[in-house]
Design a protein around this ligand. Structure first.
Ligand SMILES: Nc1ncnc2c1ncn2[C@@H]1O[C@H](COP(=O)(O)OP(=O)(O)OP(=O)(O)O)[C@@H](O)[C@H]1O
Length: 247
């Protein structure tokens, strides 16, 4: 039986909704003995729990602001939950914020080494995979150009290529297809399917419901930070479409 790749229980993430208060509001708050909170907070995720088995392909679905990216960031460890526990097993990689680990003043080549190291590759791993990373990214002669001059598509290509070359057990994908052109989207998709066929665990966030239906077997639906449905992708997509039309 497959092991658990991700176990999440009782996850809560709170964000500040409003920082600024008028001087009067701040004064009233102060003279009333600082009761309540001066900043207004809300739960971007509230009591979210689920288990993903190794090799499962899961789509995180929901309308804008429902908490999908926040959940992905908790899984990746970029953010820590305010309550609850998240555990992952194996090497994790993915595209959460495209090129987040990139250093703007460094060239593509230098960023491959930097990013590769951040994602857990040794110097030797990177050297061995370097040509393949560049070839997949189709960066060509721009490899020695500083990445601040890259287009958003070029950024995406390089970041995606580095991430897939780290040989992850769990691959997280957030709206990857948004900035890539069509040929590159197809290539990414083929790579993602290849990872899924190789038994890797995939977590995908996308508003392209046809795409996630074709890539993922399971769907998790979030609404206002709460998990409202978890099941086979077709039924969860149908539920989301229903809720969206009632919206
Ligand atoms: N760093 C932050 N500080 C404050 N609020 C945040 C922060 N990150 C996210 N939020 C808020 O948390 C809520 C959930 O955001 P999140 O990006 O997870 O939603 P999403 O489902 O991925 O949305 P979308 O489909 O629009 O990408 C939103 O209301 C968002 O404004």
């Amino acid at each position: 039986m497959a092991a658990d790749a991700i176990v999440a229980t009782g996850l809560r993430k709170r964000f500040v909704l409003r920082h600024t208060r008028s001087l009067k509001e701040a004064f009233v708050w102060f003279v009333r003995g600082r009761r309540g909170e001066l900043v207004q907070k809300f739960n971007a995720l509230d009591d979210v729990g689920f288990t993903v088995r190794t090799g499962e392909t899961v789509a995180l679905l929901g309308l804008n602001g429902s908490g999908k990216s926040t959940l992905l960031k908790l899984i990746s460890g970029v953010l820590q939950p305010d309550a609850g526990v998240i555990r992952t097993r194996g090497h994790l990689a993915g595209l959460i914020e495209v090129g987040a680990g990139f250093h703007h003043d460094l060239s593509g080549r230098e960023n491959v080494y930097l990013n590769g190291a951040i994602l857990g590759m040794s110097q030797q791993d990177i050297e061995e995979r370097f040509d393949s990373i560049i070839e997949f990214a189709e960066i060509g002669e721009f490899i020695d150009t500083e990445v601040k001059f890259y287009s958003s598509g070029m950024y995406l290509r390089l970041a995606f290529s580095i991430a897939v070359h780290t040989d992850p057990d769990i691959f997280l994908v957030d709206e990857i297809l948004a900035v890539g052109d069509e040929p590159f989207q197809r290539k990414c998709l083929a790579k993602i399917r290849e990872l899924a066929d190789a038994g890797k665990t995939l977590i995908v966030v996308s508003h392209d419901l046809d795409l996630v239906s074709s890539v993922c077997e399971r769907g998790i639906l979030l609404e206002n930070g709460r998990l409202v449905k978890d099941g086979d992708v077709a039924s969860v997509v149908a539920e989301l479409r229903q809720r969206a039309s009632d919206h």
